[in-house]
Design a binder for this molecule. Structure first.
Ligand SMILES: O=C(O)CCC(=O)C(=O)O
Ligand SMILES: [Fe+2]
Length: 323
């Protein structure tokens, strides 16, 4: 069994009203989101050569950047850092209380000047820390963010149609993501040591936000996605495509009609695996609550309270690292 594949072609350009091709794709998307919460996304307009260079330069950073450069990029508590942006060494990131066998750099949307700081300790308000090794990587990362934001907007158009939202709901979904408080992670996964049967490259979790665009090395079977019946489905990323999954905010918006699917990474073997997931999130101050159309289709009662996306995010970041 493998994940469904969705081609984004019909949604790349906005249209005044739905086309037959859009309706067909929306129906396939709806089925994929209900059955798996995960799918391969093709024809997204980001060239394969660009994505391949990003992955290979990312691997180059983790495998060749001098220790002093990694140290200089480190995620640090205030007053030296903002406790979120920056480099994390092997074992620093935790999921479900367990250390993940990965190194990473986290980037977020620059703190929006019109918003007050989210907490009293400078969380999230510092600058992104871009790598210097290799020389072309920082530019590729910045371009990747711009391209993924366009891709996220096209996916929101597809999601709105797949959920059969009213024009007002569609407009409010676009407004809630118009200044997406995006997150980009660059992750390097050395193989798990053979002796560590119990450890994990990235522990089982759901993603916090709206939609995750996962770009990962096409290594077979390291990414494991929990099927609706509880079994783990191994996923091999397809070169040039994204693995897309639903986050907690989309589950909330759909009143649970679409679930954010649990997944994990267990990378064994000889290769060095890398990934660059882009988290297309709501605006920091967006209020996220079940959409009336989705409530009506799921029993007529809202099963989730409204949350401010930023408050949800801050709670999650607090649990991500050992102090
Ligand atoms: O690297 C991967 O394949 C998945 C990473 C992931 O699930 C995450 O960072 O949320
Ligand atoms: Fe994830």
């Amino acid at each position: 069994m493998s994940l469904p594949t969705i081609s984004l072609v019909p949604f790349l350009t906005p249209t005044p009203s739905p086309t037959p091709a859009q309706l067909e794709t929306a129906s396939a998307l709806r089925q994929a989101c209900i059955s798996y919460g995960f799918f391969h996304l093709t024809d997204h307009a980001i060239p394969l050569t660009f994505l391949s260079s990003l992955l290979s330069r990312t691997a180059e950073f983790f495998q060749t950047a001098p220790a002093a450069e990694k140290q200089a990029l480190k995620r640090l508590p205030p007053p030296l850092g903002d406790n979120a942006r920056g480099y994390q060494r092997l074992g620093e990131n935790i999921t479900g209380g367990q250390a993940d066998w990965q190194e990473a750099i986290d980037f977020y949307r620059p703190w929006p000047a019109h918003l007050p700081p989210p907490t009293s300790d400078a969380l999230l308000t510092g600058p992104n820390l871009y790598p210097h090794t290799p020389a072309t990587l920082a530019e590729l990362l910045r371009e990747y963010v711009d391209r993924c934001l366009d891709l996220g907007a096209a996916l929101v158009r597809a999601v709105a149609l797949a959920l059969d939202l009213t024009p007002e709901e569609t407009a409010s979904l676009h407004a809630a993501t118009s200044e997406s408080f995006w997150v980009l992670r660059m992750i390097g996964y050395p193989p798990l040591p053979p002796s560590s049967a119990s450890s994990s490259s990235c522990g089982a979790h759901t993603d916090y936000g709206l939609l995750t665009l996962l770009l990962a090395s096409p290594v077979p079977d390291s990414l494991l996605v929990q099927s609706r019946d509880g079994t783990w489905l191994p996923v091999t990323p397809v070169e040039g495509a994204f693995v897309v999954n639903i986050g907690d905010m989309l589950e909330r918006l759909t009143n649970g009609e679409w679930k954010s699917t649990v997944h994990r990474v267990e990378h064994r073997g000889a290769s060095y695996r890398v990934s660059c997931p882009f988290f297309f999130e709501p605006n920091f101050d967006a209020r996220i609550e079940p959409l009336p159309t989705c409530v009506a289709r799921t029993g007529g009662v809202a099963k989730y309270e409204a949350v401010e996306y930023g408050a949800h995010l801050v709670g999650k970041i607090r649990g991500n690292f050992y102090d």
